[in-house]
Design a protein around this ligand. Sequence first.
Ligand SMILES: [Zn+2]
Length: 233
Amino acid sequence: MCRQVLYILFITLIGISLPTVASSSFAPLSSADASSDDDNEDDDDNEDFEEEDSIQICCAWGLALEDGTLTYHIDDEDSSEREQQAVKNAVQEWDTKIEYLELEEGSSKRSSDITIEFDDNNEEEEIAGQTITISDSYGFLAKAQITVFKGVQEYQFDTAIIGQVAKHEMGHALGLGHANFDGNLMAEMVNDGTATVSECEIYAVTAANQWKLGANNDEHAVPDYPQHDSITC
Ligand SMILES: [Zn+2]
């Protein structure tokens, strides 16, 4: 499972046996990221992670990606046109840059694989975004629920930051963990990050979902786990 996560808990939903819910949070300021409170990052196979610039790989999508398409839904409550457009642009950048992945607007929130909601100022914590992923009983991603906060405490995010947060959270939704270096979209802190989907994240998402997005893009491919815990940029 994702080892960068803030917490992992088990819940029971009707029709799904013990899906795993993992959450990643994106902190905007220089204080500790919520996910870095998780100091259980001492797995043996993770020892080499700090040595080179890399991005952690969490998970692969399951059957929802069988046709090469994931649907998304952007909630239009609690947000302006411009804020919605910033998020839409963020999704479209991923859509354009990942060759074998189609991100399509879903007809409803319920039926969409990835949902994106806005939330007002996060007063309590310095968290700019959050992605909760729900896995099927095999551990493949089945749903991702993104929350983009419109500010923290006194500080309101402009649409550039909202777009950056949405792109970062989409990275989680597509199977990525965090980068171990600054100047990358998947850096843990907004102000250490960038707002562009680079070659490295493209490669990482492709590696996470190798069974479908890999070079062979086999029509009859079946879900398979990522082969690596991280990729080197
Ligand atoms: Zn994050």
